[in-house]
Design a protein around this ligand. Structure first.
Ligand SMILES: [Zn+2]
Ligand SMILES: [Zn+2]
Length: 350
């Protein structure tokens, strides 16, 4: 099969590799039909990393079941499926208490199973596949991974109707979260430094208000929009180098008893200068968010896939750029420079 393999320069080359085998009776073989380019994939784009050479990545995917293990009962050959690639060991303490997404083995096990979406076939547990009706596209189903993070952030903060929140960053994570907060009935103010994604968030998804933080002071504007009270929750969806600047800003625009959810991937060792006194006296909670798993009795991936099937999400509108696997380097360029490409979400179609 064809696969996009990481090179020493941190981009991809298309190589012929063996099709993975079903190694366990509860596993299925899936022919990948679509895979999303995630913001987390972009952190290593064109960054030379010797340990990653030869690796196959891509953790947002959907496809067709082409073979099933002996013990698989929920799927058959020919089923179209969305794939939850958060595959964990199933044996450690965290897996046993239903917290698979923080399993210490999760990263490596995903990389050996479903999180290899930039290749033609993947193998992994049937229980992590969700059947799709014909009216749902593969690309839309693939980006349920992004929505999964959004729903997990809502579950972690208990965001609810009547609240006014701020989302930092109108990238795919911020926009998907906005889409879900609208379903919940929360008023969302979204910020970014590029106008295009803000217009998309306002006109297509339905943000309550937008702020270009390069043009106006976001703290002043949020206080104005909330009658001086501040936001109930700030969802920080940017991370990286901007995190140490944005988290202190969140503290300045949050109301007492508010919450700051950390969703954007932060760098290890990033130093923060925060108004700790306001944080402490106002009993403001910091809520880290990492991946997704269960909300109540249901997998979060299932919750968002059901919303997609019911037509409640704007997944199709988000997918602005599609590339074949052979053009994966162009796809990553488009996703990395959104000012130039005007991309919201980029996917690889097979
Ligand atoms: Zn992702
Ligand atoms: Zn585990």
């Amino acid at each position: 099969m064809k696969a996009a393999v990481k090179t020493a320069e941190g981009d991809f080359e298309i190589k012929e590799v063996p099709i993975p085998e079903i190694t366990r009776p509860d596993y299925v073989l899936v022919k990948v039909r679509s895979a999303g380019v995630c913001g987390s994939d972009l952190h290593s784009w064109k960054v030379p990393r010797p340990e990653a050479v030869g690796r196959i990545t891509g953790h947002e995917l959907a496809g067709d079941v082409v073979a099933v293990g002996d013990e698989v009962t929920n799927l058959k050959v020919g089923d179209r499926v969305g794939v939850d690639s958060v595959v964990s060991c199933g044996k450690c303490y965290w897996c046993r208490v239903g917290q698979d997404h923080i399993c210490p083995e999760c990263f490596s096990i995903r990389g050996e199973t479903f999180a290899r979406g930039f290749s033609e076939y993947v193998v992994g547990p049937a229980a992590k596949c969700y059947k799709l009706p014909d009216h749902v596209g593969y690309a839309e189903a693939a980006i349920m991974d992004v929505y999964g993070t959004g729903i997990h952030a809502i579950a972690r903060t208990n965001a609810h109707v009547g609240q006014t929140v701020v989302i930092f960053g109108a990238g795919p994570v911020g926009v998907s979260l906005l889409d879900l907060l609208n379903v919940v009935g929360v008023k969302s103010i979204i910020t970014d430094i590029i106008d295009g994604p803000l217009e998309f968030a306002k006109n297509t998804i339905g943000a309550y208000a937008t702020i270009n933080s390069k043009k106006e002071d976001p703290v002043k504007k949020v206080l104005e929009l909330t009658d001086g009270m501040g936001a109930d929750i700030v969802f920080e969806c940017v991370g990286g180098g901007a995190g140490p600047f944005l988290i202190p800003q969140a503290v300045e625009m949050i109301r007492r008893k508010g919450q700051i959810a950390l969703i954007g991937a932060l760098r290890p060792g990033a130093a923060l200068t925060v108004n700790w006194q306001k944080l402490q006296w106002g009993e403001i909670d910091i809520v880290p968010v990492s991946g997704f798993y269960h909300w109540g009795n249901d997998p979060e991936f299932k919750i968002v896939t059901d919303l997609l099937i019911e037509g409640k999400l704007h997944a199709t509108e988000q997918i602005t750029h599609r590339f074949p696997l052979d053009k994966i380097n162009e796809a990553f360029d488009a996703a990395a420079d959104k000012t130039k490409s005007k991309a919201i979400k980029v996917v690889i179609d097979f």
